[in-house]
Design a protein around this ligand. Structure first.
Ligand SMILES: [Zn+2]
Length: 145
């Protein structure tokens, strides 16, 4: 999902929560947007390039090129650490002990649901996020993005 789309949906969530949470509604808004910073971690670590603009154009080109994908060509995987089941389980556990973490988790789950909806509407995928850290570790070098 594009960052701009995530920002729009997250503002929608913020407006729904605002009457109930007051200023605390900013917490899920921010977590729902910042979760995608993991794409930057992956890109900068694997490409040895710390320029965030290059990360953005790298992932934008990926989504533009997916329509040209040939039948049968393999899907590449990458690790977006904040989009993994292990991370979600960790923050769910932390949410049991802290209301702030519960609000962070709310934003993250909201973000993941939107990512999921986009995943289901796109026909071709050039690259996918590994659902678990374990999956990424088990992925062969040539199948990694
Ligand atoms: Zn995402």
């Amino acid at each position: 999902m594009k960052v701009s789309t995530h920002i729009l949906f997250s503002i929608g969530l913020f407006l729904v929560l605002l009457p109930f949470l007051k200023l605390f509604a900013f917490i899920p808004l921010i977590s729902a947007i910042l979760i995608d910073i993991d794409h930057y971690f992956y890109y900068s670590l694997t490409r040895k390039d710390a320029d965030i603009r290059n990360t953005y154009s790298f992932f934008m080109q990926l989504r533009q090129k997916r329509d040209e994908k040939k039948q049968g060509s393999r899907i590449l995987y990458f690790l977006a650490i904040f989009h993994t089941i292990e991370f979600v389980v960790l923050i769910l556990i932390l949410s049991l002990f802290s209301e702030i973490f519960a609000l962070i988790t709310l934003g993250i789950i909201f973000h993941l649901i939107i990512d999921c909806i986009e995943f289901m509407t796109v026909k071709k995928h050039l690259a996918l996020k590994s659902k678990t850290i374990y999956h990424y570790i088990k992925t062969k070098e040539e199948e990694r993005l």
